[in-house]
Write a protein that binds this ligand. Structure first.
Ligand SMILES: [Zn+2]
Length: 260
């Protein structure tokens, strides 16, 4: 008995000498991390109101109540900030003003009809690529800007070795129903855009119709462009969806979400 008791005590001493301090260290580490996290949260809670009074500048890209800087690298808050742009046309024009591309809201057209267009702008240029001027909802213009600046131009440099000078398109507004359906198309409210191709800086033309199915670098570029559109629009349709889209990418901000 004594021998067993002594052994147990020895075992107990052994545990206290090595395992228990390790547990203690882990516990202290967890507490320290917890304290650090709470300190950071408290600093943020105090600093944010201070930034609103101009005490210091809170970075726009980390401000959930600010419209996005369309040129800033997207982060976990960007899609939230884009919802502010979608919700209020003046937020959208403010976002364009921030990047030095002032854009003017047009008066509402077709009020109280199924083809009412509000919050529209004339879009003729994104961050560097031009396009034939087209009236579209400002929210669509802002999302095209994000896509062109953060995905399209880098992909063009990487895959084609040159930037895109012009985005070719079939337009935004068209007062019509969806093909083979009775409900109105998102085009009826200029809440959609049809992209047919691209012209590179050296003048090369790449079209969805001719290059989509090719295994060339142009085909690879079109697939990268399409996948990038899916990041910014609720609905993106390509030639892979159906024959109606054999020659363009359709994007819109309607309720239906899909990337086809
Ligand atoms: Zn379309």
């Amino acid at each position: 008995m004594t021998g067993t008791l002594t052994g147990a005590l020895q075992h107990g001493k052994y545990s206290e000498g090595t395992i228990a301090p390790m547990k203690l260290r882990k516990k202290m580490m967890r507490r320290a991390l917890g304290s650090l996290l709470w300190t950071l949260i408290l600093i943020a809670l105090a600093a944010y109101p201070a930034s609103r009074f101009g005490v210091f500048k809170w970075p726009r890209e980390y401000d959930p109540f600010s419209v996005p800087d369309l040129r800033a690298k997207p982060n976990f808050l960007t899609h939230w900030q884009m919802k502010l742009v979608d919700a209020e046309p003046r937020n959208c024009t403010a976002a364009f003003a921030i990047v030095g591309s002032p854009i003017t809201l047009k008066p509402t057209q077709g009020a109280d009809t199924s083809c009412e267009v509000s919050g529209a702008v004339t879009l003729g240029k994104l961050s560097s690529a031009r396009l034939a001027p087209e009236d579209t909802r400002c929210a669509i213009a802002a999302r095209l800007y994000m896509w062109e600046h953060h995905l399209l131009q880098p992909a063009a440099q990487r895959i084609l070795g040159e930037p895109i000078a012009e985005i070719l398109h079939f337009g935004s507004f068209s007062c019509r129903t969806m093909r083979q359906r009775s409900s109105m198309s998102e085009h009826a409210t200029a809440n959609a855009f049809d992209i047919s191709g691209f012209r590179t800086a050296s003048g090369k033309i790449i079209t969805v119709k001719s290059d989509w199915d090719k295994t060339t670098k142009e085909g690879k570029f079109l697939h990268a462009a399409h996948d990038g559109l899916c990041d910014w629009f609720n609905l993106t349709l390509s030639p892979d969806y159906n024959a109606d889209h054999a020659d363009h990418f359709h994007v819109d901000m309607g309720w239906w979400r899909s990337c086809r």
